[in-house]
Design a protein around this ligand. Structure first.
Ligand code: NAP
Length: 454
């Protein structure tokens, strides 16, 4: 469908957009480069004020921006508004901490004075997904702008109005024109942009094929890239856990954003001795979920974002069942307009069922049973991904085993995996490399310059 707003709740094509011509893209890159040469001279105090102003605009406009998110990708309005609030929080976080994170760092050596200075790189290209169409962008943009870089955004083709709205917020906040621009363009143009000398680095959040393709282009041109890709996070439950809290969190995490969340709990890995009880608790929680119009406050799950995601999830569910798995809840599309799928829970997934190691990017949870913590860790790691993980136990020895043993970018004990501006976020294995957020995120796109003076 090209670049367009298509309402996932109704299927209605709301607005279509012409992709930028090569000349228009060139002109945006030229503006970005000219802006960078000026912008890099601004001080932290000024950048911090602009970020604070962006946070204030986001908060005062959260209802409108939230409705735009819901219109373009279908998450519930309440979740969309919360997403806008989180964008304001990440702007404030870097406004308040950026100068400290990027201050000169003195290191004692044989010099009279030696230190590290962090300097911006230039234009950073951000290739972003539709699932958190504002948050994914602001968590990159806030640290990048604070560090003195400028941004070009190639957003997912189904959220063009969100892309334009983000650039508008940043502009209204006072950042120079050209500090952050949206490029409405096809993904096929990304590789050519990476060959442009003015573009110094890139970040991509999305699928493995897209990440690999960007990494190839970046490698060819010797440029830094950060990749935030897919995941199939384990959610391990051991006998000492508070089962009711664990079940409620498992379902909340799995169903967040209608299941279209990279760090949602996708595989519930449960000790045999408590598995029957936990399964009952899960089923009870599933039955309470309200699927419906994402604009209504009582709705828990709206539609999936596109017809393709609906087809993909339906195909995966049918295929895993054909390989011997059993559906406990849901398992089909909903008979209504829009991209609706039933919240689904699947069990009896054998080790040789290869689909159990895939990412299910929709409201589908997999329930797996294990003997003990060792088997749980082995199963948790038996996937190509290593993004998030959550484990539930009050036993300190088990906690330590899980913290050390799980191969992932984070381990949350007795809690739901979530991104937080203060904590680094990213993955291992095929979930990508590099980190966003926290102090580590702002250090991704800077020249770490060593200074030695005698
Ligand atoms: P996608 O198809 O990879 O799209 C993401 C972005 O990449 C879009 O802007 C897309 O543009 C662009 N793109 C697609 N193919 C490309 C290529 N060959 N070269 C350069 N850019 C390309 O991702 P998706 O399937 O919609 O998103 C879901 C995936 O993202 C899931 O796997 C999810 O786990 C992952 N994700 C990861 C994180 C994280 O932080 N680790 C967060 C959210 C989502 P078009 O829209 O124009 O194709």
């Amino acid at each position: 469908m090209g670049i367009a707003t298509v309402n996932p709740t109704t299927g209605e094509v709301v607005k279509t957009f012409e992709a930028f011509s090569d000349e228009e893209i060139e002109s945006k890159v030229a503006i970005a480069q000219a802006t960078f040469l000026q912008y890099r001279q601004t001080n932290f105090e000024q950048r911090s004020q602009w970020l604070q102003s962006a946070a204030a605009i986001l908060e005062s406009d959260k209802e409108r921006l939230g409705a735009l998110i819901t219109l373009e990708m279908g998450k519930t309005l309440k979740a969309a508004i919360a997403e806008v609030e989180k964008c304001a929080a990440v702007c404030r976080y870097y406004a308040e901490n950026g100068a400290k994170f990027l201050a000169d760092e003195v290191i004692s050596t044989d010099a009279s004075h030696s230190f590290i200075r962090y300097q911006p790189l230039g234009i950073i290209l951000a290739v972003m997904p539709w699932n958190f169409p504002l948050w994914q962008v602001f968590r990159f943009a806030a640290p990048a702008l604070m560090a003195g870089n400028v941004g070009l955004l190639k957003h997912a083709s189904n959220v063009p109005q969100c892309a334009l709205a983000i650039a508008e917020v940043i502009q209204q906040a006072g950042f120079p024109q050209g500090a952050f621009q949206a490029l409405l363009m096809d993904a096929s143009k990304v590789a050519a942009l990476m060959a442009d000398d003015r573009i110094k680095a890139a970040t991509l959040t999305g699928s493995e094929p897209a990440g690999a393709s960007l990494a190839v282009a970046a490698g060819k041109n010797i440029k830094k890239v950060v990749l935030e890709l897919g995941g199939s996070d384990p959610f391990i439950v051991l006998p000492s856990a508070d089962l009711a809290a664990a079940a409620a969190t498992a379902v909340a995490s799995r169903m967040l954003n209608c299941g279209q969340t990279c760090i949602s709990a996708k595989r519930f890995i449960v000790a045999n001795s408590i598995a029957d009880e936990f399964e009952e608790l899960l089923i009870a929680k599933y039955k309470q979920l309200k699927v419906g119009d994402p604009m209504l406050p009582e709705t828990d799950l709206g539609p999936l974002s596109t017809p393709k995601i609906l087809e993909d999830i339906d195909r995966q569910v049918q295929a895993i069942v054909q390989q011997g798995a059993r559906i406990l809840v849901g398992g089909t599309r909903l008979d209504r307009p829009g991209n609706y799928y039933q919240p689904t829970l699947i069990t009896d997934i054998t080790v040789d069922n290869s689909l159990g190691r895939e990412e299910f990017f929709g409201p589908v949870g997999l329930l797996l049973r294990v003997a003990d913590v060792g088997e749980a860790i082995a199963l948790a790691n038996n996937i190509p991904f290593g993004l998030g993980s959550s484990a539930w136990t009050t036993d300190p020895t088990e906690q330590e085993q899980l913290i050390n043993g799980i191969d992932a970018g984070c381990v949350f004990i007795n809690g739901m995996v979530k991104s937080d501006p203060r904590l680094p976020f990213g993955g291992t294995k095929r979930s990508g490399f590099g980190r966003e957020l926290g102090i580590h995120g702002i250090h991704e796109f800077v020249n770490i310059k060593t200074i030695w003076v005698k």
